[in-house]
Write a protein that binds this ligand. Structure first.
Ligand code: GLP
Length: 249
């Protein structure tokens, strides 16, 4: 098993550990390439990185690539991932807008995907890719089934993902059902992967990712084919694991 699993006392401690890891990466390599994720799980991570910036950590030379973006929202919509990552992180830490990348939502999705792959190919490899975890085992918006060789592409969201993300949209608002996402192979090209999952709603997906079969039906299980993966959990998300909680394996 090449996944290192770290279980923390609570969600706050888990987010703090992830933020510390990102901060350490940027301190060691001020021109690091960071892979960013959105989702509720990441909000406390970004809040801590903003605090680190205010305490002196510079993000002026980093490059960022977000995992994914909705298709079909009006450009500039507050729940687009471009708006979200700016509001929650980028606008507060001085990342150069010319070096922060999100799949474009103002292009036809197939073209946005092709442009994103080209931008990734033109940049140095991502030093550390942050990942959340969908309740159905998705990473980015790689819904089941997602093949390990997939690259950035337009995808349909599963009904369970649309339901899980409904909380970010007003009840009378049209919610996107498609997205452009880095593919599994795109994600696995990062030097290091750092996945954060907290809460009981993620426990089944965490168990399937780490202890189930490696299968396209659990896209996160593909992470086991990468040599440098750290999974950071709280006790609730780790509750389904048969292995000893608290061990790094
Ligand atoms: C979303 C995103 C993923 C995210 C996951 C979990 O739909 N596309 O990148 O990791 O689902 O989201 P949350 O942290 O809100 O549970």
């Amino acid at each position: 098993m090449r996944i290192h699993v770290h279980v923390h006392a609570d969600a706050e401690a888990a987010a703090a550990a992830v933020a510390d890891e990102i901060a350490r990466t940027v301190r060691d390599r001020p021109d690091a390439v960071l892979g960013l994720a959105t989702g509720g799980t990441m909000e406390p991570v970004y809040a801590r990185l903003i605090a680190a910036h205010r305490a002196g950590l510079s993000f002026a030379r980093v490059t960022t690539f977000n995992l994914d973006e909705y298709v079909g929202l009006p450009p500039g919509h507050p729940q687009s991932y471009r708006s979200t990552i700016r509001r929650q992180f980028l606008d507060h830490v001085g990342v150069d807008p010319a070096r922060s990348h999100v799949p474009r939502d103002d292009l036809p999705p197939d073209r946005a995907a092709a442009e994103y792959e080209a931008a990734l190919a033109a940049a140095p490899p991502i030093d550390v890719q942050l990942l959340g975890l969908g309740r159905n085992g998705h990473i980015g918006f790689n819904e089941p089934p997602s093949p390990p060789g997939s690259r950035t592409r337009a995808v349909d969201l599963s009904a369970s993902t649309v339901a899980a993300n409904a909380r970010f949209f007003a009840p009378d608002e049209a919610q996107p059902k498609r997205a452009v996402t880095m593919g599994i192979a795109t994600i696995l090209a990062a030097r290091r992967l750092l996945l954060l999952a907290v809460g009981t709603a993620k426990a089944d997906a965490v168990r399937a990712m780490i202890e189930g079969p490696v299968t396209d039906e659990v896209p996160a299980s593909a992470l086991r084919g990468h040599g440098d993966v750290t999974v950071v959990l709280d006790g609730a998300a780790a509750a389904g694991l048969a292995g000893d909680v608290g061990l790094t394996r």
